[in-house]
Design a protein around this ligand. Structure first.
Ligand code: 5GP
Length: 202
């Protein structure tokens, strides 16, 4: 049976990466789709693990040869999901997790209408602000920009199949696991089992 395609989006400062990291560590059926990006690696990030880090020319080449299922400009860098990566992971029969912004989310939902789409919401904008301040990586102008971008992204949350609020991290993780569990049990994914049961001679 084909695995699920799971699209997860959230603005920065909402804890999406933490949720995905936990998900991958507790659910061995899930694999992460490693995107391409023109953004330079941050400390601790590994090429081929967190992203495929490429230069502008390489990204453009892949883009122009139709190598991306979707790509988008996010915070002045380009990010894209490669066709090759999706095909490789789908062939494994495992559930593929896509961590993309709302533009990528929209494209993937259009390309794969069966995709399980989850938008992670913050409990409040005040909480997003305090998480961004707590990171200590942005100045006040950058924080205002990220908060405005967050509002634009959150406005698209209704396009996703599920909304999970990350107020208490453990609960948000449980919610995502519950969604995946239920999605694996959808009747549309059991058609072969049903056919076999109906045909079974006893
Ligand atoms: P960061 O630079 O913080 O790792 O990611 C910035 C944003 O880009 C995040 O919202 C992340 O989900 C998004 N992103 C990462 N990979 C992709 C991708 O392949 N496509 C799109 N559209 N967005 C991505």
């Amino acid at each position: 049976m084909q695995g699920l395609l799971v699209v997860i989006s959230a603005p920065s400062g909402v804890g999406k990466s933490t949720i995905i990291r936990h998900l991958l560590s507790v659910d061995s059926n899930c694999v992460f789709s490693v995107s391409h990006t023109t953004r330079p690696p941050r400390a601790g990030e590994e090429d081929g693990v967190h992203y495929h880090f490429v230069d502008d020319d390489t990204f453009t080449q892949i883009q122009q040869s139709g190598g991306f299922v979707e790509w988008a400009h996010v915070h002045s860098n380009r990010y894209g999901t490669s066709v090759a990566e999706v095909e490789r992971l789908r062939a494994l029969g495992r559930d593929v997790i896509f961590e993309v912004d709302f533009q990528g989310g929209r494209s993937l939902m259009r390309s794969y209408p069966d995709a399980v789409s989850i938008f992670v919401l913050p409990p409040s904008m005040a909480e997003v602000r305090s998480r961004l301040v707590g990171r200590g990586t942005d100045d006040e102008a950058a924080i205002s920009l990220r908060l405005n971008n967050a509002r634009v992204e959150i406005a698209t949350a209704g396009e996703y199949r599920y909304n999970v609020t990350n107020e208490v991290l453990e609960h948000a993780i449980e919610d995502v696991l519950a969604i995946l569990r239920a999605e694996r049990l959808r009747s549309t994914r059991c058609t072969r089992q049903i056919r076999d049961l109906v045909a079974e001679e006893v």
